[in-house]
Design a protein around this ligand. Sequence first.
Ligand code: PYC
Length: 323
Amino acid sequence: MPSQSPDSQIGVTALMKVVDSHTEGEPTRLVVEGGPDLGSGPLSERRRIFAEQFDHIRRFSLNEPRGFDAMVGALLCAPVDPTCAAGLIFYNNAGYLGMCGHGTIGAIVTLAHMGRIAPGIHRVETPVGVVTATLEGRNTVTIDNVPAYVHAGGVTVHVDGLGTVIGDVAWGGNWFFLTESTPCALDYAEIPRLTAASSAIKAALVRAGITGAEGAEIDHIELFQPGTDGANSRNFVLCPGGAYDRSPCGTGTSAKLACLAAHGTLAPGQAWVQESIVGSRFVGVYAPSENGRVLPRIAGRAWVTAEATLILDGDDPFPNGLG
Ligand code: PYC
């Protein structure tokens, strides 16, 4: 149950003001009031406190029946760096994210909707570093993400039901395994099969001890095939809690740009149109950086869908949601 003390006389407590949006189909819930007090330390430290002391608030605000498994939460925080417009801690139905591309785009469009920022360039603090977001008009945002890189290329893993799967392990703000080994076409109707195959790949990576840097769990699986209607590529992204990303995944597209740069198949500054499983698109480019890293720039659109107050009835048998 959330930590705030109930003050209602009718047994119903208004706990949290949220604004929902979707970025190219993928939902974000921005918590603008009533979130946990995580102190004023670095966002990585505040994310640790969130996970250790307030995880019930993650579940309350995002899980069914108030949310659902594809929704990503973004807790709006005061930034440490005064040159930043906001701090954001991202979370989902399974836990906490490093960065979230679609979530940053959604949060920026939402902050503009609330009148808190204007079109232009805004720095945003996240637990894995500062990103820069440029808002053009009401709905279009371009993010300069944290540096992305390939941790291990051409990794082979045996996957039950799929056989040998070859892919790259890359960082784009979260850890990804990226592969063109797919069990079927990346069609909307095949989502259950794609989810099962991606889950099997994830389990096989764990069994084989294949990780990101410093033993980090690879918590996103990204499948690719050629794109349609002029897109360079279409993807299917399995998120940590078992939901698939409706958008092309900002951190996943960043990881893809790092792989393309490492393979020499995309030049710096050349546009890469990444299509999602629902047909929505991000456009990415990269600039080279130090130590084989790239600086990814991702553009996409978001729309505000709801403004709400999450409430808790004292008689609710599921105060923290389900799961
Ligand atoms: O856009 O980076 C992203 C993302 C991560 C998980 C879901 N979306």
